[in-house]
Design a protein around this ligand. Structure first.
Ligand code: SIN
Length: 495
């Protein structure tokens, strides 16, 4: 969504080239269900949206950036409508869903729970019918620099197997997150952290990589593909139950099933451990306001194919890796610390999510900061984000993992929902054992190396943060420690 939106906005300024390793519509946005947060309902305010965003972020939200986020929301929603996105309504008014840690119902959705697909389709159609040159199946492999400034990218044309160079004085990285680095994820396999590794290799700062959000409710059944069961279901009254049938969440948090995601995910792990099970149950039989099959047609169809009737049967669910709060460190114009290199969407770490993202702020962030990147490029203002004086030089990526599955197992087992110093260190030791050398010059080879870079940075950041905050939970340091850790960790490439 960030890449498509940036390309569309930039196409009014001059020639735009959109390079994507897969097909135009691939990416995590397509799988987004809940929607896009915007305080535009009758009883809502941007101040309340800001408060909820800050509260969810557990002390690390950059307030100035979060204010830009919530205050830009109404304009960006209008932009999306201008590009053909049609949000759902109730009678003459817009329909708003509610999700965890939002004090108001402010989540706009489209085609029920097919919000991401509706947005991607609308934006991709605009891109295809516009003046944008699209190169599909083309993998950007390196950001090219001259005297420290961006001059383009090197890429691999996967069809021809040929290397190519695209010159440009502004490059926007919008490659999404890195859910494919974990064994269980709601993300599609393309989410391999490419933009983070490309920017890191180019010398840009990265930050907040220990903050990886685990969504409480992914479908869990042997052999089933990764699939999100939207929090919006709990927003409409669905409840989590353990094997004994107990609605357990009130025991863990005053907001019960709508508690912050990290709280719900850990509560589920405790219940699953207690029962020796690999899932708990989501009971959707008591929704009062809506019919689950009409309001959530995508989820209902997926479940039906696997023998689960949403109106009647509880859905087997377990937490899965969902969203990376961290990424390439960017300023309010989406600039990285490398001149001419921008990042937006899940690739970027703007600071709006702090240590834990508020539901449905991610789609909003993509359009708010993609727009600002393009505005900045249009002004020709150049420059870069000021480097962080405390950034740590770090040598990552010398070793390549044997395969993607090795990284996935490593992160799931050593840097999952519950972490400890011992497990994190074991994860880093395992990476030390990987063979050194250049990756295979193929998409698979590059992705493997990037997953390895991401894993090493995440494990290192998580090991150093000796406290628990937001999505980062350490069993050996279970308390939040503001005296030492009310700060973000920043890394850049050692050489
Ligand atoms: C969901 O629909 O539960 C996911 C929404 C989000 O992650 O923002």
């Amino acid at each position: 969504m960030a890449g498509l939106f940036a390309a569309l906005e930039a196409s009014a300024l001059g020639p735009v080239l959109l390079v994507t390793k897969g097909q135009l519509h691939e990416g995590s946005t397509r799988h987004a269900q809940g929607g896009i947060a915007a305080a535009i309902g009758p009883d809502d305010s941007t101040e309340q949206h800001l408060k909820d965003t800050i509260a969810a972020g557990a002390g690390l939200v950059d307030e100035e950036m979060a204010r830009i986020l919530v205050e830009s929301a109404p304009r960006r929603i209008r932009d999306l409508e201008r590009y053909g996105v049609s949000f759902d309504s109730e009678g003459a008014n817009r329909a708003f869903g509610r999700e965890g840690a939002h004090r108001n119902a402010r989540v706009l959705h489209a085609r029920g729970d097919r919000t991401g697909a509706a947005i991607t389709t609308a934006l991709a159609e605009q891109v295809e019918s516009g003046r944008i040159t699209v190169k599909e199946h083309t993998l950007a492999t390196e950001v090219l620099l001259e005297s420290g400034s961006t001059v383009g990218v090197r890429a691999l044309d996967q069809g021809a197997g040929a290397k190519c160079i695209f010159e440009s004085d502004a490059v926007v990285l919008a490659t999404g997150g890195a859910g494919a680095a974990f064994s269980h994820t709601t993300n599609p396999p393309v989410a391999t952290g490419d933009g983070i590794a490309l920017a890191f290799d180019a010398g840009a700062e990265v930050t907040d990589l220990e903050f990886y959000q685990f969504h409480p409710t992914a479908f869990r059944q042997p052999g089933a593909p990764p699939f999100l069961i939207s929090e919006a279901l709990r927003g409409e009254g669905a409840v989590l139950r353990n094997d004994g049938g107990e609605a357990f969440m009130p025991r863990y948090h005053e907001l019960a099933d709508l508690a912050p995601r990290d709280v719900v995910a850990r509560a589920m792990v405790a219940e699953m451990r207690g029962a020796g099970a690999d899932h708990v149950w989501l009971d959707c039989s008591a929704l009062e306001r809506v019919d689950p099959i009409e309001r959530f047609p995508g989820i209902a169809a997926f479940c039906r194919e696997r023998g689960v009737d949403l109106r009647r049967d509880p859905v087997p669910v377990a937490p899965a890796a969902h969203y990376l709060m961290g990424g390439v460190r960017t300023d309010s114009w989406a600039r990285t610390t490398v001149p001419g290199l921008y990042a937006c969407g899940e690739t970027a770490a703007t600071g709006v999510h702090g240590a834990n993202r508020l539901a449905s702020n991610s789609l909003l962030e993509t359009v708010v900061f993609a727009k600002r990147a393009v505005e900045h490029i249009a002004e020709g203002a150049g420059g870069a984000m000021a480097p962080c004086p405390d950034s740590t030089p770090f040598a990552a990526g010398r070793a390549a993992p044997p395969d993607h599955a090795a990284v996935q197992r490593l992160l799931w087992e050593h840097a999952g929902i519950e972490r400890s110093g011992e497990a994190l260190q074991e994860g880093l030791d395992a990476i030390d054992g990987w063979p050194e050398g250049e990756p295979e010059p193929s998409r698979e080879g590059h992705e493997g190396r990037w997953l390895g870079v991401f894993a090493e940075l995440l494990l290192t950041a998580a090991l150093r943060r000796e406290e628990s905050r937001g999505a980062h939970f350490r069993t050996d340091f279970p308390e939040r420690d503001d005296s030492r850790w009310a700060q973000r960790q920043v890394f850049h490439r050692a050489d």
